[in-house]
Design a protein around this ligand. Structure first.
Ligand code: MG
Length: 238
């Protein structure tokens, strides 16, 4: 058992009885980390940077990752430093094979059964969220999708982006919960009074792409961790 599992117990149904708004990150949250859909996007982004700056893939990848770390998304760095068209970038980055995602009917039923509104809140595009959720067979269960365009290209974990989302949908954060796979994206939700749930890879020894994305022992802002979203949600209803 990992330390995370030891310190974060199974969900207590009463702990979620007040929740009326359910907010889900998309990538590596609504589908498991091991599906690795993001690896395809990652390759496309490297290709984009390589073509844009006429660099080898290796050089391009270093810049891609630097922008990701410094600006929250590779896209934001490319907009600031190279003035690229974000729509063009998003289209090319998300030109991937969604066929690797299988319909997840159990997850769909679990989401459908939750009382209240359900949102997808992603640093990707609406199209990517729709393609992903449709492939999973869960798209119809969501009330709305808030994407990087709605966020005016300022990605999570920027506080202003959470504020935009909450204001747009009139979310009472004291009656809301956020599900995320990146610990840093749960800092603001916790500060706003939301319940926070961290999605962990099923394989505890999974190598994260970037070590700095990993959770740390200082993650007191995380109420629960789980590697089984469907199982977690199923405990909260019925
Ligand atoms: Mg994610």
């Amino acid at each position: 058992m990992t330390q995370a599992q030891a310190t974060h117990p199974l969900p207590n149904k009463a702990d979620f009885a007040h929740v009326t708004d359910w907010v889900f990150d998309l990538d590596n949250t609504l589908y498991p980390h091991h599906v690795d859909l993001f690896a395809q996007i990652d390759v496309n982004m490297t290709g984009y940077v390589s073509a844009l700056l006429a660099l080898s893939r290796e050089e391009a990848r270093a810049i891609q990752k630097r922008y990701y770390q410094e600006h929250g998304t590779t896209l934001k760095g490319l907009m600031i430093h190279h003035g690229i068209d974000p729509a063009d970038f998003l289209e090319k980055a998300h030109a991937i094979d969604y066929g690797v995602l299988a319909p997840d009917l159990d997850l769909g039923e679990a989401i459908k059964a939750l009382p209240g509104r359900k949102f997808i809140f992603t640093n990707g595009s609406v199209r990517h969220a729709e393609m992903t959720a449709r492939a999973l067979g869960i798209l119809d269960h969501f009330d709305d999708i808030f994407d990087i365009v709605a966020a005016e290209y300022v990605p999570k974990p920027a506080g202003s982006t959470y504020d935009k989302f909450m204001a747009l949908h009139r979310v009472d954060t004291t009656h809301a919960v956020m599900f995320e796979d990146l610990p840093r994206n749960l800092l603001v939700p916790k500060a706003l009074g939301m319940k926070t749930v961290l999605l962990m890879p099923r394989d505890a020894h999974h190598e994260f792409t970037d070590a700095w994305e990993k959770r740390t022992d200082e993650d007191v802002h995380i109420d629960y961790t789980t590697s089984d979203l469907t199982g977690f949600l199923s405990r909260l209803v019925g």
